[in-house]
Design a binder for this molecule. Structure first.
Ligand SMILES: NC(=O)c1ccc[n+]([C@@H]2O[C@H](COP(=O)([O-])OP(=O)(O)OC[C@H]3O[C@@H](n4cnc5c(N)ncnc54)[C@H](O)[C@@H]3O)[C@@H](O)[C@H]2O)c1
Length: 173
């Protein structure tokens, strides 16, 4: 029996949709995964986005206020995909509710708005991740290994190019 992970997505814009699509594909791409993500609730201030969440992405429900979403009992993990200035209050609320958190980057709009120790996930011991997605790209990991192992000697300048459909939409990549 796979472990169910109830997900709340805060903000169903470009990134919220990309992450939701990714969650929907996990079971078919990774049949051996020991967990199964479930799109439980989407929070977005736009009614049209809430409608899309339920009708097109299969979220069980959609709400306007993120506080309601992060405190829901059937939510285990919160994905923060709203604009930057909302990251800190959203993360703080999710941490206080004891949820695992994945936030888009950069966290917070300004340096002085960054997380404080009193509201940080560290204080609440919740698992966290930040969307520096290129660090997990197989291409970047391979390049890092080549450099670290010395296989290509000492690198002074690196020029890289890659073509892929990261977060593709119907408008293109
Ligand atoms: N990791 C990456 O490669 C990558 C790429 C693009 C964007 N980002 C980051 O992702 C985040 C979102 O960017 P985007 O391009 O998807 O933005 P977007 O404008 O497309 O979507 C933001 C969504 O948040 C909603 N929203 C606004 N206020 C809200 C509130 N109070 N509560 C709930 N929802 C609210 C909006 O209605 C909208 O649907 C930003 O932090 C951005 O920097 C990361």
């Amino acid at each position: 029996m796979k472990k169910r992970i109830g997900i709340a997505v805060l903000g169903l814009g470009w990134m919220g949709q990309a992450h939701s699509r990714a969650a929907l594909r996990i079971s078919s791409l990774f049949p051996d995964a020991e967990f199964k993500p479930e799109l439980v609730v989407c929070a977005d201030v736009e009614q049209s986005r809430r409608d899309r969440a339920v009708n097109d992405f299969g979220f069980a429900r959609a709400v306007a206020g993120f506080e309601e979403a992060v405190s829901a009992k059937d939510v285990d993990a919160v994905w923060v995909t709203a604009p930057n200035m909302l990251h800190v209050p959203m993360i703080a609320a999710a941490a206080a509710a004891g949820k695992a958190i994945f936030s888009e980057k950069p966290i917070g709009a300004r340096q002085h708005k960054q997380l404080r120790p009193t509201t940080s996930p560290k204080k609440h011991s919740t698992p966290t991740g930040v969307g520096y997605n290129y660090l997990w790209s197989p291409l970047v990991i391979h390049a890092r290994e080549l450099i670290a192992s010395g296989a290509i000697g000492r690198s002074l300048i690196i020029a890289a190019d890659s073509c892929r459909c990261m977060a593709a939409t119907n408008l293109g990549c």
